[in-house]
Design a protein around this ligand. Structure first.
Ligand SMILES: Cc1cc2nc3c(=O)[nH]c(=O)nc-3n(C[C@H](O)[C@H](O)[C@H](O)COP(=O)(O)OP(=O)(O)OC[C@H]3O[C@@H](n4cnc5c(N)ncnc54)[C@H](O)[C@@H]3O)c2cc1C
Length: 331
């Protein structure tokens, strides 16, 4: 195992991740390769009275540690067992590895829209998959957890017999945002469809996926700028890696989301002093009835928590919690 201290060659690279606006400032980095290394790293933190943080990809970095950083990238084996329809992923594995190993057996994991996100971090936050409303949370499928202290060294979980999905996206110009949001919100959504709407500055994007066919005619309330719908291999909807960048974001889980509250949140986000991308995920169906929607905000810079709170204020009466996923650089 390699161990890095500030000033060492490799220290900066090891503590850097997908989030470029914030980095861990550890006294020491343990670049673990096996379970014994994790035991050593945790033992070091405990015997020195230091906190320890875990980093796989840095996608979900919330606060930077000044104690011990356990970097799991190299502890990343993935095995798929087609006989039991399960996979075992070590701490540092990313979804792409699971998707690639599962696909030849006609299987797929409940991964999300970015294939370079870590399996463990994603699953510990519940895991909202591109097929979430059809099959539930990724965490519902965990069959075994291997741990050392707070570090999950491996997860075993069920895969699904999914080869291809009906999936795609529709883009509209931002000037039709109000109409598109209303159509999205009033969509009589079949339980098997998992959609998401995101405002992206100049455009509004709606994505959807399901193992069964469905109709999106109801959403065509404005000229469609670009569309891409079809029956695709699961790997194609499991997302492509994005380049590392700076971003801050948060989310709320809602027990209801009246259209007026959503439109208000959207308007506040659109005229905010910060650039804010607003995302709406309808929940329910296999995700249970505790929350009906997840509203997430993301901005391409730090220091925008106040502006995000102004948007969340529009839905405050309906907030029942926060997802641990979709929290970025927020402490
Ligand atoms: C572009 C992008 C797309 C995303 N898409 C989705 C999506 O579709 N659905 C969804 O649900 N989420 C999504 N997320 C959120 C993502 O699941 C969380 O940010 C998750 O925490 C990332 O895990 P990571 O290991 O990649 O990141 P890291 O920043 O490396 O880890 C995040 C946190 O997870 C914990 N963690 C990681 N590994 C371990 C371990 N081995 N043991 C114990 N704790 C650990 C730690 O608390 C760590 O601070 C997305 C995030 C981004 C940036």
């Amino acid at each position: 195992m390699q161990i890095f201290y500030p000033g060492d060659a490799g220290y900066d690279e090891e503590r850097s991740g997908f989030q470029t606006g914030l980095r861990h400032e550890p006294q020491v980095v343990f670049a673990v390769e096996n379970v014994q290394d994790v035991e050593d790293a945790v033992g070091h933190a405990e015997s020195h009275g230091l906190e320890y943080a875990i980093q796989t990809t840095g996608h979900g970095l919330t606060t930077a540690t000044t104690g011990v950083l356990i970097s799991t990238r190299r502890l990343n084996a993935v095995e798929v067992d087609p006989a039991t329809g399960t996979a075992r992923a070590e701490a540092g594995a990313v979804w792409q590895q699971v998707v690639e190993k599962a696909a030849p057996h006609g299987l797929a994991p409940l991964s999300g829209d970015a294939s370079d996100v870590g399996v463990v971090g994603y699953t510990l936050g519940g895991g909202f998959s591109v097929l979430a409303r059809e099959f539930g949370f990724a965490s519902d499928r965990v069959t075994r957890t291997e741990k050392v202290g707070d570090v999950v060294t491996a997860l075993e979980f069920e895969l699904l017999p999914v080869e291809r999905v009906h999936a795609g996206e529709l883009f509209f110009e931002a000037r039709y945002e109000r109409e598109v949001v209303e159509a999205f919100h009033t969509w009589d959504l079949p339980d098997h469809v998992t959609p998401a709407l995101t405002t992206l500055g100049d455009v509004v994007r709606i994505t959807f996926a399901s193992t069964k066919p469905f109709d999106v005619g109801h959403l065509r309330v404005a000229p469609v700028l670009k569309e891409d719908l079809g029956l695709k291999p699961f790997a194609e909807v499991a997302g492509r890696p994005l380049p590392p960048h700076t971003y801050q974001g948060d989310n709320v889980l809602l027990r209801d989301l009246p259209l007026e509250a959503l439109q208000r949140a959207r308007e506040i986000a659109a005229r905010s002093t910060a650039e804010i991308f607003l995302g709406v995920l309808p929940l329910g169906a296999a995700l249970g009835s505790e929350a009906t929607h997840l509203l997430k905000l993301i901005s391409p810079r730090l220091g925008v928590q106040e502006q995000h709170e102004e948007v969340f204020e529009a839905v405050r009466p309906f907030v029942v919690g926060r997802s641990r996923n979709f929290r970025y650089a927020v402490g």
